[in-house]
Structure formats: C-alpha cells, structure tokens
Design a protein around this ligand. Sequence first.
Ligand code: ADP
Ligand code: MG
Length: 288
Amino acid sequence: MRKRMEEHFAETPAVYHKKAKTLAVMSGKGGVGKSNVSLNTALAFIDKGKKVLLIDLDVGMGNIDILLGRQGRYTIMDVLNQQMPFHRALSTGPKGISYISGGTGLDTMFELNREKWAFFLKELSAVLSHFDYVLFDMGAGLSKDQLPFALSADDILIVTTPEPTSIMDAYSAIKHLALNGRELKLKVIVNRCISQKDGISAYTRLSNTVTAFLQQQLEYAGTIPEDSLVSKAVVEQQPFLIKHPRSKLSRAVYLLADSLLEAGTAKKEGSRSFIDKLSSFLRRGNAT
Ligand SMILES: Nc1ncnc2c1ncn2[C@@H]1O[C@H](COP(=O)(O)OP(=O)(O)O)[C@@H](O)[C@H]1O
Ligand SMILES: [Mg+2]
C-alpha cells in the first residue's frame, strides 16, 4: 500500500505539463491589502486575455468571497477531505474569474494523510493546466501550511505599505522564506502610497536591507496609491477595477499587471514545476 502511494506521488509531477504561472501573494503584517491587490490584479490579468484562478489560502481570514459579494459553494477543504475533484469545487466570479476559498480547517492540512495529499496534488496539477495564471492569496506572516505553497510558487509577491512597521514585517517574512527556500523570485508591491516617490523609496529601503543582510535580490513590481475607493469597494462588495476601471487606483493595478505579465510565463530551462516542488515539500514535511 505504502509503495503504491509512493508511486502515486512520484507520478504526480508528470501530470503537470502546462503553462500556468503561479504567484503567491503574501505580506509580513496583516491588513496591508493582499486580498484587494490579489483580486484586482487577477481581474486585470483577465482583461489582458489571461485565464486566471485565484486561490484564497488565508485561513480564517479568507475573504475573497466577501470582496466579491458572493459565497463560493466549496472550499479547498472539500478537495482535501472529501476528495472532491478540484474543478468541481471552483466558483466563477466577475469577468469569469475562477476562485476557491481555503475555508476553515486549512490549518490542519498537515495532519492529512499521504493518500489525501496525493489526491490533492493530482487534482491541483490537473486544474493548473487549465489556467495561465494562478494566484494564491496567503495569510499574514507564513504559517507552516502556507510556507510550502509560497516556496513552490514561480513568483512570490510581497505586499507592504510604506510604513516602517510594515517594511520591517516584510523583511522578517522574506528572511523566513530565504532560510527555507532556494532560488526565490521575490517581487515587491508597495500599497497605500501617498505618492509614487513614497512607494519607490519604501521599496529601496527594503531592497537595500534584504541585499545587505540576506544576500537575496528583490524586484520592484509596482506601487498602488492610497485611495478611499478601496474601502468603498470592500463595503460595496464590488472590486474597484470593475466599478472604477479608469481611476488612478485601477490604472496603477493595470500597470502592476503589465509589469508582472512582462516578466513572462516562460520558465527557465530545467526549473522545477510548482507541483513538483510542492509535492517534495509535502513529502518532507508530513504525511503519515
Ligand atoms: N490602496 C489602499 N488605499 C486605501 N485603503 C486600502 C488600500 N489597500 C487596502 N486598504 C484598506 O485595508 C483594508 C485591508 O485590505 P485587505 O486587502 O483585506 O488586506 P489583507 O488581505 O492584507 O489583510 C481594506 O479593507 C481597506 O480598507
Ligand atoms: Mg486578506
């Protein structure tokens, strides 16, 4: 039985042969705008002709459903526990975005057995092959369950605000990632900027510190202005990119999307796939 499961695990990466680029959106501190940035960036990708899946991994605080004013019927836990096919668990939102929430109990992910993980990975792999981009909206900081997802993603997008506390927390999160992973592609989004200058100077401070102390390179992805349209959108449960596509705020998100898309979907020759990396993290970290 054990041998069969191991074969199943070994096979999993081969199923993944498509193009989806995986982006993990994370932060040090909570409340910096990860969910709003993930959702609106995902919608901007769709406007640029991409097929996008948004996976909410923010346990307990997950709120993509709420931001969309809709209730997804299923969560990732249905795929993990009830072994529901992943594609059946997805919901569709505005502009045809596919999304799924993490649901409650995601924090017990690591207590899952090998069989459930094998099923999950196989399903995730199949689902990935239907999308161009998959965004993971992560929780604040990095829990044990989320770390493998972040470390396996093609790009890690770190959201911070220009506040020194937020920058410091972003630094700590990057340190945690750098200690656990290799060849990380880290991109920084500075949200809630009074001016673009403000955002770039915050990025420069963070980047200099990370280079000096962690010998890790960061890339600048973009800045997003402070704008009351964000909280309005949250209250109205309608993404600002849909309601106010021509606002300065939305224009900044389209620029951010452009810069992320420009980086391309092409993978480096020989670089391992998301599923490949995730399954080896999971194999190491758990499964009884
Ligand atoms: N660019 C912004 N301008 C103004 N307020 C913002 C902006 N981004 C986020 N906020 C505020 O921060 C709150 C938290 O945002 P959210 O995306 O839920 O953060 P996180 O997912 O990081 O916890 C929003 O409800 C909004 O009130
Ligand atoms: Mg959030």
